[in-house]
Ligand binder design. Structure first.
Ligand code: PLP
Length: 391
């Protein structure tokens, strides 16, 4: 008997590379050249990097010089958070407070925690409502407590677990009243919702290649030229001296091709995924009537469905679905495996048991109606077995 095809519903963890990205990357694999070398091969590599930078700048509406290539979203977030902490503290030692939403990705939360433990930062995590949306009033109160002591604010554009979009406009407007820099982790947002760096008014924005159909291990921090960032990596002085290290030319070429396509197709992609997502919710509700939909249905990433299955352990449900070829996640892939309830759901006011009963299905460019039908066929028996296992 032939194995059934895998039903891949974990695009928020990583999404397959698009053909244009594979072509752009593989075309460069046989070419030699360090983009910092002065000879012809080096100059050719440099040209590819600079063309890629321009492509990304056009797609995100920033200046090419504002794109700092990194090894992915995690490094971009670390560079923004630590780089801002150190540079702001250097100009004024009172600026030790870093304000962040409580639902940030660990790539933001963990560097903040590290800064608190080792570098004298004071981190204020700000509450979200039951849909996962930042309380702008709480942010305002935290800023107004003592504006001069705030180093920076970081609020993600879209949450990776429950898909909720954050009020970035309001965050930027508030920060601007006090001249406080704003970083946003837009790793999940690019290609799913419109993201315009210049119009957004943020000072720094993280992007990751493998969430938009590009390769893993490459990304960028888009950062306004006026913003001073202390480097994390020291060496050859690449990337404005902010991020030393020989540039990965093939990966950067693939990344740029992926970003360009993802942004060009964003509106169509979002419309298609919204239809599929709504079908998935209807289908699961039909099969498991007491399922709980987490997050904000109106104000959310088009490909995200986050569901609570009362009486189930999310991990066992995930494995039961996996045994039937259906791949999803219990939350952020980066913290999966750690048997703790999601900090995002806890921040949304869920109790630990409810938080552990949830699964994230995330749709992407290869998702089809057949994927939805496969989940509809498998979900009720899997939920029944997961409930029996806990009883
Ligand atoms: N930020 C968010 C919101 C993410 O979802 C992820 C990946 O799961 C990251 C950052 C980390 O990005 P990368 O995997 O490129 O290091």
């Amino acid at each position: 008997m032939k194995d059934a095809p895998t039903v891949y519903l974990d695009h928020a963890a990583t999404t397959p590379m698009t053909d244009v990205a594979i072509e752009a990357l593989t075309a460069r694999l046989r070419e030699v050249g360090n983009a910092s070398s002065l000879h012809a091969s080096g100059r050719r590599a440099r040209r590819i990097v600079e063309e890629s930078r321009e492509t990304i700048a056009q797609a995100l509406n920033c200046r090419p010089g504002e794109v700092v290539f990194t090894s992915g979203g995690t490094e971009a977030d670390n560079l923004a958070v630590k780089g801002l902490h150190w540079s702001r503290r250097a100009t004024d030692p009172r600026r030790l407070r870093f304000l962040a939403s409580a639902v940030e990705h660990h790539a933001v939360l963990d560097p903040l925690e590290w800064l608190e433990e080792h570098e004298g930062a004071a981190v204020n995590l700000l509450p979200v409502d039951s849909l996962g949306r930042l309380s702008v009033d709480a942010l305002r109160a935290a800023v107004e407590l003592e504006p001069a002591s705030v180093a920076a604010i970081t609020v993600m554009w879209a949450n990776n677990e429950v898909g909720t979009l954050q009020p970035i406009d309001e965050v930027v407007a508030l920060a601007a009243e006090h001249g406080i820099p704003v970083h946003t982790d837009a790793v999940q947002a690019i290609g799913s919702v419109p993201v315009d760096f210049a119009a957004s008014g943020v000072d720094a924005l993280s992007v990751s290649g493998h969430k938009v159909g590009g390769p893993q291990g490459v990304g960028a921090l888009v950062v306004r030229r006026e913003v001073d960032l202390t480097a994390l990596l020291h060496g050859g002085g690449q990337e404005r001296d902010v991020r030393s290290g020989t540039l990965d030319v093939p990966a950067i070429a693939g990344f740029a091709a992926a970003v360009e396509l993802a942004v060009k197709q964003q509106a169509d992609h979002a419309a298609r995924l919204t239809v599929l997502r709504d079908r998935l919710v209807v289908a699961v509700r039909r099969e498991v009537p007491d399922v709980v939909l987490n997050g904000d249905l109106d104000n959310r990433l088009p490909g995200n469905v986050h569901l609570g299955f009362p009486g189930c352990e999310g991990d066992s449900l995930l494995m039961l679905l996996d045994a039937r070829g259906i791949e999803c996640s219990t939350g952020s892939a980066c913290s999966a495996g750690v048997p703790q309830p999601s900090h995002v759901l806890l921040a949304m006011g869920r109790n630990p048991e409810d938080a552990r009963s949830s699964l994230r299905f995330s749709l992407g460019h290869t998702s089809t109606d057949a994927d939805i039908e496969a989940v509809a066929a498998a979900i009720a028996p899997c939920v029944e077995r997961a409930r029996a296992a806990r009883a």
